[in-house]
Design a protein around this ligand. Structure first.
Ligand SMILES: [Zn+2]
Length: 450
C-alpha cells in the first residue's frame, strides 16, 4: 500500500527541511521525500499534512516497561533504596501485568513519535508466565519496531548482591532461556521488526561468570549485548570494593566493550573510561528523565560525543535512551541544560561539570538554531511541537506525522472557556486503561509485601 503525505513541514535525517514538502511511503519503506507536491502515485492514500511536522521516528534505547505498573512507589529513594523497595512487589508480577504495562508504555512512546523501542526486562519470577512473550505480543499488536533485551540477575543477597534471592535465576536457566528467546524471536533481516539482545542487569546484580558467558552466547548468536553501567556513585564504590576497578574498567576486563555493546546511563565515567568507550565504539544510552528523577548526576553526553568524533567512531553509536516518551525539545542533539535536583535538594553529582576532578572542562557548545521558513509553521510552532493552525483540519494518524496538541482543542474546552488539560502522566485510551489495570493488578498481587 502506498501512502502520500503532502504539505507537511518535512525534516529529514540529514537535517534538510522542506516546508510544505512531501513523503511517499510504499509498504514499510519511504520511497520519496522532498519539497513541494509528491510525484504522481496512482491509487495511493493521500494525507494532507498541513500544519504538521513530519520527522524521522525517534528511537528509544533503554526502558523497563514493566515498571509502568509500579509507578508512585519509593518516589524519593536513591537508586539502591528504590530497587530494594521494589524488588519484592516486582517479584509478584505476572504475564498479565507485563502485557498491560508494555501496552501502555509502548503506546505512549508511539504517540510521542517513537517508532523503535527497546526494553530491558531482567526480572523473571518463576511460575508467573512467559513475561518476555507478553511484551513482545504487546509490541506486535501496536506495530512498534521492538528490541527486547532478555535481562537477568544471578547474584542475590546471599552472594553479596542487591536483589533478594527469590528474584534471581541460576546461570544455566538464564543462558538456556536467553538462547531459546533468540532462537524463537530474533530476526536479523534488514527492516526487522524484532531483534533480541542479551542483557544481564548490572555489575552489582550479576556474577562475573554470567557476564562472560552472556557475551559468549551473544557473539555466537550474532546479537547485541546490553547492560547498565555507572549510573550512581554507589555502583562505583561497589565495583571498586569488589574488583579494584571502575565499572567501565571492569566491563573492559571481561570483553564487554565493543561495537556490539550498548550501555545504559554511563553517568559516572572517568575521562579514561570515555576514551575507552570511544576507542571500542561502545554505544551509550542516555536516559535524561531517569537522571533527573535520581538526582545522582547526568550523563556526560557532550564528552562522549566529542570523544567519538575524535576517534572517528560516530556512525550513530551514541543514542539517546528514554525512560519516558519523547517530549518537545528533548530529542537527540537538543539535550536539556537543566541539572538534576533531588527532592531534598541534594545534588550527589558534585556539579554538572565543576568540582569533580574526573572531569575536564568542556568548551561551551555552539548553538545552531533552525527556524521554519514558512510563515504558518513559524506562527504556530510547527517545528517545536507540530501544532495545527487554528481551525486546521486534523489529518489521519500515520507513522511520522504527529498531530499537535492544538488539534481538537475546541472540543476539549470547558463551557466557561478554559481549556481542560489532560494530566501529563495519565494517557487516555485503551493503552492507558490497560496500564492502569496492570498497576491495580500488581498492587493486588503484591499486597502482602507492600
Ligand atoms: Zn535501566
Amino acid at each position: 500500500m502506498t501512502i502520500v503525505i503532502e504539505n507537511a513541514h518535512v525534516v529529514t535525517v540529514s537535517g534538510d527541511e522542506h516546508p510544505g514538502g512531501h513523503l511517499v511511503v510504499d509498504g514499510d519503506r519511504i520511497t520519496a521525500v522532498g519539497p513541494g507536491p509528491a510525484p504522481a502515485a496512482e491509487g495511493a492514500e493521500r494525507i494532507d499534512g498541513t500544519g504538521c511536522l513530519a520527522t524521522p521516528g525517534l528511537i528509544n534505547t533503554h526502558h523497563h516497561l514493566y515498571q509502568w505498573a509500579s509507578q508512585g512507589l519509593a518516589t524519593d529513594g536513591t537508586l539502591f533504596e528504590w530497587l530494594t523497595t521494589l524488588y519484592e512487589p516486582w517479584s509478584k508480577m505476572d504475564a498479565e501485568v507485563v502485557a498491560g504495562a508494555a501496552t501502555a508504555g509502548l503506546g505512549w512512546l508511539a504517540k510521542s513519535g517513537c517508532t523503535t523501542a527497546s526494553d530491558h526486562h531482567y526480572l523473571f519470577p518463576s511460575g508467573r508466565g512467559d513475561l518476555l512473550a507478553a511484551e513482545i505480543d504487546a509490541a506486535r499488536e501496536l506495530g512498534v519496531r521492538f528490541h527486547p533485551c532478555r535481562g537477568s540477575m544471578d547474584r542475590g543477597r546471599s552472594d553479596g548482591g542487591l536483589p533478594p534471592d527469590e528474584v534471581v535465576e541460576d546461570i544455566d536457566t538464564i543462558l538456556a532461556e536467553t538462547e531459546a528467546a533468540i532462537d524463537r524471536y530474533h530476526d536479523p533481516s534488514p527492516g526487522s521488526m524484532l531483534r533480541v539482545a542479551v542483557a544481564p542487569c548490572s555489575p552489582f546484580t550479576v556474577t562475573r561468570d554470567l557476564l562472560v558467558r552472556s557475551a559468549e552466547l551473544a557473539r555466537a548468536k550474532g546479537v547485541r549485548l546490553h547492560t547498565h553501567l555507572a549510573e550512581t556513585l554507589d555502583e562505583e564504590e561497589h565495583t571498586r570494593g569488589r574488583f579494584g576497578m571502575t565499572p567501565a574498567e571492569y566491563l573492559d576486563s571481561i570483553g564487554w566493550l565493543g561495537p556490539d555493546v550498548w550501555l545504559a546511563h554511563c553517568v559516572h565515567l572517568h575521562d579514561s573510561d570515555i576514551e575507552r568507550l570511544a576507542e571500542t565504539r561502545t554505544g551509550t544510552a542516555h536516559c535524561p528523565s531517569s537522571n533527573a528523577r535520581l538526582g545522582a548526576g547526568t550523563a556526560r553526553v557532550s564528552h562522549l560525543l566529542r570523544a567519538a568524533r575524535d576517534r572517528r567512531a560516530r556512525r550513530g553509536r551514541v543514542g539517546v535512551g528514554r525512560a519516558r516518551p519523547a517530549r518537545r525539545g528533548t530529542a537527540a542533539g537538543d539535550l536539556p541544560a537543566a541539572r538534576p535536583v533531588r527532592a531534598d535538594g541534594a545534588d550527589r553529582a558534585a556539579g554538572a561539570d565543576g568540582g569533580d576532578p574526573r572531569r575536564r572542562p568542556l568548551p561551551r557548545p555552539r548553538r545552531r538554531a533552525r527556524r521554519p521558513r514558512n510563515r504558518q509553521a513559524r506562527g504556530r510552532g510547527a517545528v517545536a511541537g507540530g501544532r495545527l493552525p487554528r481551525g486546521g483540519r486534523r489529518p489521519g494518524r500515520r507513522p511520522g506525522v504527529r498531530p499537535g496538541p492544538a488539534a481538537g482543542a475546541a472540543a476539549r474546552r470547558r463551557p466557561h472557556g478554559r481549556r481542560r488539560r489532560r494530566p501529563r502522566h495519565r494517557p487516555a485510551g485503551r493503552g492507558g486503561r490497560r496500564g492502569a489495570d496492570a498497576h491495580r493488578r500488581l498492587m493486588r498481587l503484591a499486597e502482602g509485601v507492600l
